[in-house]
Design a protein around this ligand. Structure first.
Ligand code: PGA
Length: 256
């Protein structure tokens, strides 16, 4: 991390894991374990536990932000099973993930849908972490930067400048998620620098310099410092390792 304009940012994406009591304990253990860090920290519990975990964090006067793993872009109505931005705000959510690779590739979300969600979140005043990244066959075919650019353009074209202030990007190569195979720091840095270039062309140089780009995909306590030392890597989005408080806190503390 070389740019002091960008506070390091680490998120713990719990995915479809924990139950109410282990989730509450995990959030509180994270909160205690990151109290000395200067990094911004968010946890992303399953929807049904957001309210209770938000309450536990508030009662502990925690600086850990409450995040949601997904959202729907419409305000209300006949959208069975979906959750609106207002509902998330109601329970204290501050930041929302959009375009996570499991939403794109397991649940079938299109670039267009991810774009609608991203714009709606940013317009609402909440923070958004937009996830992008290539699949293994795309990397092998030399298409990494093209895929990232396509996903960024689909979500961010014509985004108002004031909305960009609430945006973070997570670069998560799909082949590195949950596989134990992280991108090398040099490969991740290269992708991040290209992403920052696309942000510059879409949103202007100043916005591009201030937007955090997290790396995600098999980040652990043992490889975090090396990744976060790269000039365009501003923190991480952590899956598996975010379920163990000690490991997650080691990653946060490696960020700053
Ligand atoms: P992982 O997941 O850390 O388990 O690889 C990262 C993510 O999906 O955000």
């Amino acid at each position: 991390m070389t740019n002091p304009q960008r506070t390091p940012y680490v998120g713990g994406n719990w995915k479809m894991n924990t139950d109410l009591s282990t989730g509450r304990e995990l959030a509180l253990a994270v909160s205690r374990g990151v109290s000395a860090s200067k990094a911004q920290v968010a946890v992303f519990p399953p929807f049904v536990y957001l309210q209770e975990i938000g309450r536990a964090l508030r009662e502990a006067n925690s600086r850990v932000l409450l995040g949601a793993q997904d959202v729907y872009f419409e305000a209300s109505g006949a959208f069975t099973g979906e959750v609106s931005i207002a509902m998330l705000k109601d329970v204290g959510v501050r930041v929302v993930l959009t375009g996570h690779s499991e939403r794109r590739h397991v649940l079938g979300e299109s670039d267009e849908l991810v774009g609608k969600k991203t714009r709606a979140v940013l317009a609402s005043g909440l923070e958004c972490i937009l996830c992008v990244g290539e699949k293994l066959e795309e990397r092998t075919a030399g298409q990494t930067d093209r895929v990232n650019e396509r996903q960024l353009r689909a979500a961010l074209t014509d985004l108002p400048a004031e909305h960009a202030a609430r945006l973070t990007i997570a670069y998560e190569p799909v082949w590195a998620i949950g596989t134990g195979k992280n991108a090398t720091p040099a490969d991740a840095q290269d992708a991040h620098a290209k992403i920052r270039g696309v942000l510059s062309s879409l949103l202007g140089g100043e916005a591009a310099r201030s937007i955090r780009i997290e790396y995600g995909g098999s980040v652990k306590g043992s490889n975090a410092a090396e990744l976060f030392a790269q000039p365009d890597i501003d923190g991480g989005l952590i899956g598996g390792a975010s379920l163990k408080a000690e490991e997650f806190c080691a990653i946060v503390n490696a960020a700053g």
